[in-house]
Design a protein around this ligand. Structure first.
Ligand code: TRP
Length: 445
């Protein structure tokens, strides 16, 4: 089994540094590691619409913003399939069947959905689509047989729920789907980067994000206004580094090399933290250092973004081609699922043949007929021959060519109920018999 990545983002705004350290940077590393056979990166517009139904323009505008952020960070369409969720209708079909495998109470227990409902003041007026988005997310992941889902910590309940759905599906319908593993950032500070206001989560509506596309001046302004330890009023006061956003950002972004370049009085972050805790180190000095560190990281992304944005049609083309490839893969998985669920009626030759084939049997050529019938058994899925068996739904009747094969004759000959005679096959050779069955048209009525 191959190693396959699927992950994605809702296009409700430009991506920020929280997305970057939480998942985006890791994706690029994984992509370039060459360890994965397939990589799918999805812009989850359909999921974004679950709580933005009345604001489709916002979602539409942000698709290109997210795509630019992806490409600027180093996601490479030659190595990763970049696509738009709504262009893969197979995902909706899968979601519909997964809904049968999940209870309302299980959805209500999903902690991420719970807190999102609270944040959005939905209470009793939760859109059904929003409430059930973890199920559609399971379709996103399983459609590509993803083994690995690199995401932020807040997505852990979704992966857990996906694993449950896979387990249930496979145990009911047989082994078909793959249980995915979550891949969280190794660095604890990257798990959940706080907003610049110290709030637990960066969010567009709180206005506390540093975007990948922010200008140098915007980034600097945001860093210099960042929340720190509220009790660290004077430079000489001892300060706290735990829970202090400036230090959490440094944990996430800075390397020892940055000290040599921008703050040579210290060898590493531990020394800087120790000084801050002791007292005598001002916020402004730390923030200026963080600004240097962050600008180093964001500058190449910003520049690449600007360059790529020169040719927007090319970006849409990447997404269109990616969506085409993603659709092909999802269709393959969906076909397997439907086969497992036995809702592939028109592909199911056994099902069709079973109701169709009726052949007459001649009383006097038992031995010959026994041999032929073995062949017919294999070919036409017939239950038995001879007198009509009440349990059988269809019967082979073999004719030696003496009789016209008609429904009336069949009914008369073997006492088969009329409604069971749908079609006739006959055996004939130059001597009167053949081992090749010949198909007669359906006798209706
Ligand atoms: N829920 C994710 C977010 O809010 C986006 C998403 C949708 C996703 N489907 C996914 C992430 C599948 C990983 C895998 O950012």
């Amino acid at each position: 089994m191959g190693k396959i990545i699927l992950t994605g983002d809702r296009p409700t705004g430009r991506l920020h540094v929280g997305h970057y350290v939480g998942s985006l940077k890791r994706r690029v590393e994984l992509q370039d590691s060459g360890e994965f056979d397939e990589i799918y990166i999805m812009i989850a517009d359909a999921q974004a619409l679950t709580d933005n139904a009345d604001n489709p323009e916002k979602v539409r505008q942000n698709i290109i913003e997210v795509a630019l952020d992806y490409l600027a960070c180093g996601l490479d369409p030659a190595k990763s399939v970049l696509f738009i969720q709504s262009q893969i209708p197979e995902l909706c079909e899968m979601t519909f069947y997964y809904m049968d495998l999940v209870t309302v109470s299980r959805l209500q227990r999903n902690p991420t959905v719970k807190s999102e409902i609270q944040m959005r003041n939905f209470e009793a007026s939760i859109p059904v689509g929003f409430f059930t988005y973890p199920i559609s997310q399971a379709a996103d992941i399983t459609a590509f047989k993803a083994t690995t889902v690199p995401v932020g910590e807040d997505q852990a309940p979704m992966i857990e729920q996906t694993r449950e759905i896979v387990h249930k599906f496979n145990s009911v319908y047989g082994d078909t789907l793959v249980e995915p593993d979550i891949l969280l950032p190794d660095n604890k500070a990257c798990l959940r980067l706080p907003g610049i206001d110290g709030k637990a989560k960066m969010s567009k509506s709180l206005g506390n994000c540093i975007y990948l596309s922010d200008t140098e001046a915007e980034v600097k302004k945001k860093i210099m206004s960042m929340f720190t330890d509220p009790n660290h009023l004077r430079v000489e006061d001892p300060g706290q580094v735990e829970g202090n956003p400036v230090f959490i950002y440094l944990d996430a972004f800075c390397r020892d090399g940055h000290f040599a370049e921008y703050l040579p009085d210290y060898k590493n972050l531990d020394e800087l933290k120790a000084h801050y805790m002791r007292g005598g180190l001002g916020d402004v000095k730390v923030k200026k250092f963080l600004n240097n560190v962050l600008q180093d990281e964001l500058r190449p992304i910003r520049e690449r973004r600007k360059e790529i944005a020169q040719d927007i049609p090319a970006v849409y083309q990447i997404l269109e081609e990616g969506s085409r490839n993603a659709k092909a893969k999802a269709a393959e998985t969906l076909a397997e699922m439907k086969r497992a669920m036995k809702i592939n009626y028109f592909e199911d030759k056994e099902l069709i043949a079973f109701h169709k084939d009726i052949i007459r049997i001649h009383k006097t050529h038992k031995e010959f007929l026994t041999g032929s019938l073995k062949y017919l058994y294999a070919e036409y899925n017939v239950i038995g021959y001879g007198r009509f068996n009440k349990e059988a739904q269809s019967v082979i009747l073999v004719n030696n060519n003496d009789y016209e094969v008609t429904k009336e004759v069949s009914v008369w000959y073997l006492g088969i109920p009329k409604e069971c005679v749908l079609n006739c096959l006959m055996l004939t050779t130059s001597e009167g018999y053949s081992t090749e069955p010949k198909q007669y048209p359906v006798i209706s009525g």
